[in-house]
Ligand binder design. Structure first.
Ligand SMILES: C[S@@+](CC[C@H](N)C(=O)[O-])C[C@H]1O[C@@H](n2cnc3c(N)ncnc32)[C@H](O)[C@@H]1O
Length: 247
């Protein structure tokens, strides 16, 4: 399914809300797939961990030999870009895939939903081949609007989610156990990842931009933290499985 961006998003770069999460993730995936192509020509294997229904990996499909999606729920619609789909609790025992199966794992806007983020990240690290890349995105509690949203009682948040999410199927329970740059870095380190790079970007106007009023609220939030990188709403993490895997 092609997702068309509302025209109002064109305002954002003009107001200094850039780069986008999409462009950072695209660049990171491109670099990771290029490295994987050099290691395993014609055999690049990729996992979309917590795949939902939308994936930045679709743009790279011709360069991926095997693309697997995993999620705790059945997809709400068919996912023809995948070669295989598995129902997996990523925070569970880690037996869904053999160790060293994938060259690249994308886990997009999932950490905020995990009951045990470090267990999930440890699984992802085990499933990556030595030297493989993890690209993960999540929300940043250091942004005051994100902190407020995560702090709402579940019932209130559930009532608001349909206003900001594209469909009801995109509104998932939020936990927020690992949602600031220090916590993400600590969880990645604890899970055994190396060469961890975190970038923060303003993403609220885009994330909440389905309607003008929520777009305007998100834009105010992005402008508020434009000059304070550690408080921007969204974290993009790139990290690597060590070249030699420790048990
Ligand atoms: C906000 S959606 C993101 C979906 C998609 N990756 C994207 O970027 O649009 C979060 C996804 O993580 C999944 N998820 C949450 N907890 C999970 C878990 N413990 N194991 C596997 N998937 C999980 C949800 O079912 C949902 O599909």
């Amino acid at each position: 399914m092609r997702v068309t961006e509302p025209g109002r998003f064109a305002l954002l770069p003009r107001l200094g809300i850039s780069p986008t999460v999409g462009s950072l993730v695209h660049e990171a995936l491109d670099r990771a797939i290029e490295a994987a192509e050099a290691r395993s020509p014609g055999a690049v294997a990729v996992l979309d961990a917590g795949c939902g229904r939308v994936s930045a990996l679709r743009a790279f499909r011709p360069r991926i030999a095997r693309l697997v999606g995993a999620d705790i729920h059945e997809p709400s619609a068919p996912l023809p870009h995948l070669d295989a789909f598995a129902i997996v609790d990523l925070c569970g025992p880690g037996t869904a895939f053999p160790d060293s199966t994938f060259d690249l794992v994308l886990s997009s806007f999932t950490l905020e939903h995990f009951a045990d983020p470090q267990a999930a990240l440890t699984n992802l690290r085990h499933w990556l081949r030595p030297g493989g890349t993890l690209v993960a995105t999540t929300v940043n509690r250091r942004h005051p609007f994100v902190a407020a949203y995560l702090g709402l009682p579940d019932g209130t948040r559930r009532a608001i989610q349909p206003l900001v999410k594209a469909t009801a199927a995109d509104a998932h329970p939020l936990i927020g156990a690992c949602n600031d740059p220090a916590a993400v870095r600590a969880a990645l380190t604890g899970a055994g990842f190396v060469d961890i790079r975190l970038t923060t970007v303003g993403h609220l106007a885009r994330a909440w931009g389905r309607h003008w009023p929520t777009f305007a609220l998100g834009l105010a939030g992005d402008l508020l933290t434009r000059g304070a990188p550690s408080r921007r709403s969204t974290i993009v993490a790139v990290a690597y499985a060590p070249a030699r895997m420790d048990p």
